[in-house]
Write a protein of this length. Structure first.
Lengths: 374, 374, 374, 374
């Protein structure tokens, strides 16, 4: 099978760089188009990221010390200029784009729509369209069926081949899949109290000053608690008459903290079930056994086990567990009863892999499988 | 007024050292007796802590570069040998002891009782006697009246001058005083969900390995969640017929995490009131105005304001706020409604000052004021 | 004695804030004038730093929980507008200024000269004038006599009352005073190899991104090695015919690294003496005994001992020793022979106290003592 | 080719665990024997490391979330009991052993000799035999010819098949190979001043307390400076009449510091050449082109490029560069002239891969290639 040529919008930022790294040996996709701000446009990608390559290792070096991916020699285009991407598409160099744009929310909204209107599907990492009614917010293991609103979205907008899908915020990925696994087995979740301890890479670069992260933590991340409380409701919701209908539950309260960790968001979760309450053993069994469409159909980026259960008293820990399942698994531990609600656990996921670029790539694999990107 | 000579049991450990530092210019007390393990016994204190002085600065140097406290030349006694302390008491060198013992729980229990039985009051930092029915667990601003069980305790045990008082675990100090201020104003608290992010000094020395605290956190601290869920109930309880009766509420659920912070425990708290619910403004007013006996009577270690309110979105932070009120105040911030319960906030206190040595000293000031240590 | 009213230029930045904090109870000086960028001008100082107060504690709170310094209510002026400072001077509110300006080097140079020309002495923390021939670069314990170029500087420029003095870069403060103590005793130092491990506060705020300081260090700080290699030569130099003449030695090689430490620069130093070589014991004696003008004349900010000797194998350490002597002492340890040169040691100083605001204040005390600021 | 069965002594410690991880899919070797302290003996390996598995991920989980290496079910033997290893060898389960023993130096010395005397070759990570005259201290790219002392060693001791080889201390690996590349090209190195900033994993587990590594560094590591100054001389030396003869140069001065980094030792190096001095460009060319036996013969653990040159001003950095070449390459940067000596640079290597287990495995590959382990 010939690889599908893909583009990256915002390719020089932290998440854009992670897309480049993760796609460097992808079996289905190859990066053939990179776009960023006008400041970077016209430079070769290697020059545009020189001195600000934030991902491990060197762009120009593979991890064994050999030469790295050819993306370094691609010329960066201006992401605001959709015509460039269109030309690339027509030249067989850009079937769809991953959006890792970093601009104002309205600007991103308009620009992503312009790409879609021009016939270029947008698999977005940005928050701009998360609450657009006919745009699905996908976690491939949780709500893959939400992708099927795409025909309706196209019809609503009068778009032919283009469309927009988004992924949720990184902060909710450490517990949404475990919650879904329980809901899927028929256990209603009524209320949820979650406290997150989030890595600094979630704030991009330069992001959080080191002055605030040495011998310290910051008990606030702007906008993060609102996202954490609302996004799961869309993901757990259903396709209504032309737009998504949010789930009514669970009611969520979030405390979001920034902690001195480079990658990996940890969440301490307490939850209340409906009338039907699983035992702790049943919860463990459900999580250990959980498999979904990405696993059943062997999507290349899918972890063998989307939820990894750790029985040790002191796990998961971010540095030690964030790379589980290639950074795509959610690791859960400390599963125990809650004196106030019913169940407590700690969940962890890699915020720039599962929570950003890796999650976007898995969504693109899902859309390829479903035929929307061919 | 002549200073009261005091002893420190476990004087060479991390909390013991903090007692030495905090008492170095105390207006009521002077350290005149130090005891530790047999390994240290017989050495001058300065020699016993050489190479393992963990508190800021040097034992032998005052912070302005001059010579430090004379405690360095005291000879360390064996803490297991109560007769030494008794001799010191009779020689006017040890009116009472601060216990910062680090041994097995049963050993501490027995040893603290032996001191009390010998007529030497014990103001303890250890957890051993926290659940002994007639031993008060004191936070000077919250339950100073609990000290008045001492005559009964003496009677129960047939002790003459000795007695034992304890202080609670460091993990609960970042929210117990704020909760009490609300209860005191007539607001019942029914349920509480708390997630702590605790400093490494809480584990003593060597304590938590750095391998586990670089780019990492550990979502577990042995025994800490149980203490966090139970101790407030004794503190909020009442003196019954010969022993304390726990408060029935609030029901508490705790997630306790170790984070890479040297000093300062942070707690994210969500709580549910009874039928009567204060507004957010009322909560802020209550906390800003809260004063208790230590403030009214100007105890030397008492902070002017036991609860410091921060209005900035991103405070309290451990490195920046732990020293507020000389390390004795609780700083609260992020006061806001809770979608699941009623109220949310973040609380912070210094775990080795307010949560350990400083809290013990304030308890001793309370007991002096009440006449139990004269 | 009535306190001298002083101004702070760049009062809202990290070093400016440190000046405010350190001057809050100074016996000779009181902050009566604050100036910053046009963006802050017109606001009360408390409002101008709201949400970006980086120094420990709160501007509005003293460390015991009481109300803080009155500087919060001062209206911030535009630092570019010298006429404002002049009006303040004439109104008895600004006898001289501390410059903690953060702008382009040429802009600072011109602005500091404008203040001096207007008759307002400038005690600067900025690097702009360090290599101006008739501007002294002062460490009060090392080259206090360099202040005596001021009459010549005034004459050169045609200035009446104004003048400019600067202090050296923070990176050299951890070893320059110890070197001077040896030179003062007659030991020539020919060559010096120094590797620094510098705290992030040296880069201001936001400064170094936390992404670069978690589980990491950066082996480069722009311009720092050049400063470290050249500035000691001016400080050790002499006043020539109208300008300073650099010392010819030592020849210095510097490796400057940024490490995940909040405050406190550490330096590993190897040095080669001239023909006359002291023993290790003689070095220790010289450093322990070293006292200079600030100590002899009891300047309020002077540490009792400018060099504190630690004999433990593993000291100095930044978190534990940076506050020695109120942050104004240099702590040295690991004094031992060098297999390649003659002597090795590790030095440490607090980069925003001794290395910035505290050093500036001590310089102002020196200038007051010498009569230049009365 | 059938894989050679190997044993690991000290298999449950930090370095032992790293051997297990790195050998999990080695093309030549398979772990078939594990030995540790009597405390662990008799348990399956998975049980012996339960709750103290310090390497990333889980012993029982591969990184893609599937099941991990079968070594978990091996029964741990007592490392003191050589007869167990002998039985394993005779049963085809232990052709040679990697020694990652953690005991007293004399005990290790004797025990490693007992294995060798019993006919089991020992590829050691321990320091015990580094200064034994007829034991080679190998870096496979630097002195592979030193392995050829093995026949002499066997003859000296009367050993038949067994022998001992060691590897040097982790602290010197960040600069020894670059130095060698220069020496190999004919440039004498006379003197060397090196300051290291070493990761905490070098101290094993629990190792350095987090109290000492938060907002701090420690300017001392016991014994490390001596090793750093002496070991390169044996490695650069020659085989004499029955024992190694140390090189006379370079003269080395080392400052060794512990910094808050999990893995990766950084070294700031200044060096003086002999009469013949290469240009900076020549140094860069030599390092970029350097290849040695492991590269020429494609040893499985050999990095494609043993020295990776970074041109960015701020590299190498430990978190970002330690995994270069699979953790087996040395990354160098900041190559520039030295005002005191001739050349300065910063080198970095992964202390538990290149500096410990990975270096040991590469040595075993070298010995296999040379026929000593068949």
């Amino acid at each position: 099978m010939e690889k599908i040529p893909v583009g990256i919008l915002g390719a020089t930022g932290m998440v854009g760089q992670k897309y480049v790294r993760l796609l460097s040996d992808h079996p289905w996709f190859r990066v053939a188009y990179v776009a960023a701000s006008p400041r970077s446009a016209g430079k070769p990608y290697s020059g545009a990221v020189a001195g600000r390559w934030h991902v491990d290792g060197s762009l120009n070096l593979s991890t064994d010390g050999g030469w790295g991916p050819g993306v370094g020699s691609l010329i960066v285009e201006d992401a605001n200029d959709v015509s460039k991407a269109l030309a690339a598409r027509n030249g067989g160099r850009c079937s769809f784009v991953f959006s890792a744009l970093e601009m104002g929310k309205e600007d991103i909204k308009n620009l992503e729509e312009a790409y879609a209107a021009a016939g270029i599907p947008v698999v977005s990492n940005a928050s701009a369209h998360r609450w657009t009614g006919d745009v699905p917010m996908l976690i491939a293991e949780v709500n893959p069926h939400h992708a099927d609103i795409i025909p309706l979205q196209r019809k609503n907008r009068g778009w032919d081949k283009g469309f927009i899908v988004v992924k949720p915020n990184c902060s909710i990925q450490s517990y949404t899949t475990p919650l879904w696994a329980l809901i899927w087995e028929g256990y209603e979740i009524k209320r949820l109290s979650v406290t997150t301890m989030q890595a600094v890479s979630g704030a991009g670069y330069p992001g959080v000053p080191s002055w605030d992260m040495i011998d310290n933590l910051v008990p606030y991340i702007g906008g993060e608690e609102e996202k954490s409380e609302q996004e799961p409701l869309k993901i757990f919701g259903s396709i209504g008459d032309g737009a998504f209908i949010n789930a009514a539950e669970p009611k969520i309260s979030a405390h979001c903290n920034r902690v001195p960790v480079s990658d990996g968001h940890t969440a301490c979760v307490s939850l209340e079930f409906g009338a039907k309450k699983p035992s702790i053993d049943e919860v463990k069994r459900i999580w250990a056994d959980f498999r979904a469409l990405p696993q059943e159909e062997n999507f290349p980026t899918a972890p063998l086990r989307p939820i990894i259960l750790r029985e040790e008293a002191d796990r998961p820990q971010p540095r030690k567990d964030r790379d589980a399942g290639g950074g795509m698994a959610v690791t859960v531990g400390r599963i125990r009863p809650c004196p106030v609600f019913d169940l407590r656990f700690t969940g962890l996921s890699h915020n720039t892999v599962r929570g950003a670029a890796g999650g976007g790539i898995l969504n693109a694999e899902l859309l390829t499988y479903k035929g929307y990107l061919s």
